[in-house]
Design a protein around this ligand. Structure first.
Ligand code: 5AD
Ligand code: SF4
Length: 455
């Protein structure tokens, strides 16, 4: 039995489903009970120091857990495995197996190795691996929404980010295999797919074998399947299969993606467009390759093409040398865009990144945190205001599950990715319903279902 716990981004959760599939072929079934597991895997994240700390704590607690099976083996997968490599085995003797994000096909052999008490490591990164032929085994699934990975790695080299080092070079997955996976999910009753990539706007695929690597990147749009075309291919599977995607990059998102969202009702009106900072000098230092003006133009264009599109962001406070005035530009950006959702962090220096090598991490933690608190408070006010404005309106909701607070309530999301709660009545998971909003909090809308939407 395999117990697998995922940390960090959605890509990691999706990768764990690849891992479950690879080991499923070897006779392993997944369990949600660690005590009955023969293999415990943690699929880890390195994005901030705190993420790694959480995993270390978990590894220690597993080591000292009296209830675990006698011969249980522990493996670390994902970004921390890639970053720390063999060190994880030597330093602390907490793990038996270390497998980086591109090595999951090799897990059967690695698991064989550790069964005889040896240690196993594979942290080779690949330029080709996309696991496109592996059918993921859905873990903790609600049977309605699923993640589908469309590309791996990242070539952007933002100076603060460890991802290019832990996940390797960017590569896109065969478009047909993506469509097949989504179609298969639809046939099984799923009603929403989220297409995942570190930078979905640079997705590119061609069946022409001469278009690979640089040639693929440089080929004209009409010779390749780019992200806008892929979105439409998936949207055409069925009108009642919702399509979401994450993450968009402000430098790469193009009008055609916005047109696809506008023209296909089932492509959700929601774009996660991380700004990171509202100040051009800081953006340059982060190597985001766009300016504040460019970002402003992109958000304005999105609102022009898709007036009711929700935009969300990621923000980092206290990046190397950020001044109070530069931080004020981030504040002004947030007030200007009025994001539907913001993931906010204070800068955490990561070993091996360009920022760590080139810049001094010179903003005191107290300043980083007070800047963070300031933007969190602003965002909260914005969320309260945005949600209050929804009272009285009617939204189409895909029902994903039962409310965590009250089992007589259902929960789902509207196209803009807003969580909406309402009394269960006779509605079921997977239904699309019209819900009239009656109340709101900063994070959710609460209402009453009016009727089922027939597709
Ligand atoms: N420190 C703080 N936040 C970071 N992120 C990435 N690297 C760091 C770092 N070193 C944030 C970025 C990114 C999100 C996934 O995590 O905002 O978009
Ligand atoms: Fe990291 Fe930048 Fe790539 Fe996102 S786009 S994964 S922040 S390097």
């Amino acid at each position: 039995k395999l117990y697998i716990e995922s940390y960090g981004c959605q890509m990691n959760f999706s990768d764990s489903e690849i891992v479950a599939s690879v080991l499923g072929n070897e006779g392993y079934t997944t369990t949600t009970n660690m005590d009955e597991a023969d293999l415990i895997f943690l699929n880890t994240c390195s994005i901030r120091d705190k993420a790694e700390e959480t995993v270390r704590k978990k590894l220690n607690s597993i080591k000292h857990d009296p209830n675990k099976k006698d011969n249980v083996k522990v493996g670390v997968l994902g970004c921390m495995a890639e970053r720390l490599k063999g060190k994880l085995l030597k330093e602390e003797k907490l793990v038996d197996l270390v497998a980086g994000p591109d090595s999951y096909r090799k897990l059967p052999e690695l698991v064989d190795d550790i069964e005889d008490g040896q240690k196993a490591v594979n942290v080779l990164l690949s330029r080709e691996e996309t696991y496109d032929d592996i059918e993921p085994v859905r873990i903790n699934s609600n049977g309605i929404t699923a993640f589908v990975s469309i590309m791996r790695g990242c070539d952007n080299m933002c100076t603060f980010c460890v991802v290019p080092f832990t996940r390797g070079r960017e590569r896109s997955r065969n478009a047909q295999s993506i469509v097949n996976e989504c179609n298969d999910l639809y046939q099984k009753g799923y009603r929403e797919v989220t297409l995942l990539g570190q930078n979905v706007d640079s997705y590119r695929w061609s069946d022409n074998p001469t278009l690979r690597g640089r040639a693929l990147k440089e080929a004209p749009r009409d010779e390749v399947i780019d992200f806008a075309k892929l979105l439409i291919m998936v949207a055409k599977i069925a009108p009642n299969l919702r399509v979401r995607f994450s993450t968009s990059h402000p430098k790469d998102i193009i009008d055609e993606v916005m047109y696809a969202i506008r023209d296909y009702k089932n492509i959700c009106n929601y774009i996660h467009l991380p700004a990171q900072s509202g100040n051009t000098r800081v953006l340059k230092k982060m190597n985001r390759t766009y300016s504040r003006e460019w970002y402003d133009e992109k958000t304005a264009r999105i609102k022009e093409v898709i007036p009711d599109c929700a935009i969300s962001t990621d923000i980092i406070t206290g990046f190397c040398s950020e001044t109070d005035e530069e931080h004020a530009d981030t504040v002004s950006l947030m007030k200007q865009v009025r994001y539907e959702l913001a993931y906010m962090f204070f800068y955490s220096e990561r070993p091996g990144t360009l920022a760590q090598k080139k810049y001094e991490d010179d903003i005191p933690e107290s300043v980083k945190k007070s800047r963070l608190k300031e933007i969190i408070d602003i965002q909260k006010t914005i969320n309260i205001e945005l949600n209050e404005a929804e009272i009285g309106k009617i939204h189409e909701v895909l029902i994903e599950g039962v409310s965590k607070r009250d089992k007589n309530d259902l929960r789902g999301r509207n196209s803009q990715n807003k969580m909406i709660i309402f009394p269960k009545e006779n509605y079921s998971l997977g239904d699309f319903v019209k819900v009239k909003i009656e109340k709101s909090t900063s994070a959710t809308l609460i209402g009453k279902a009016l009727e089922i939407v027939d597709y």
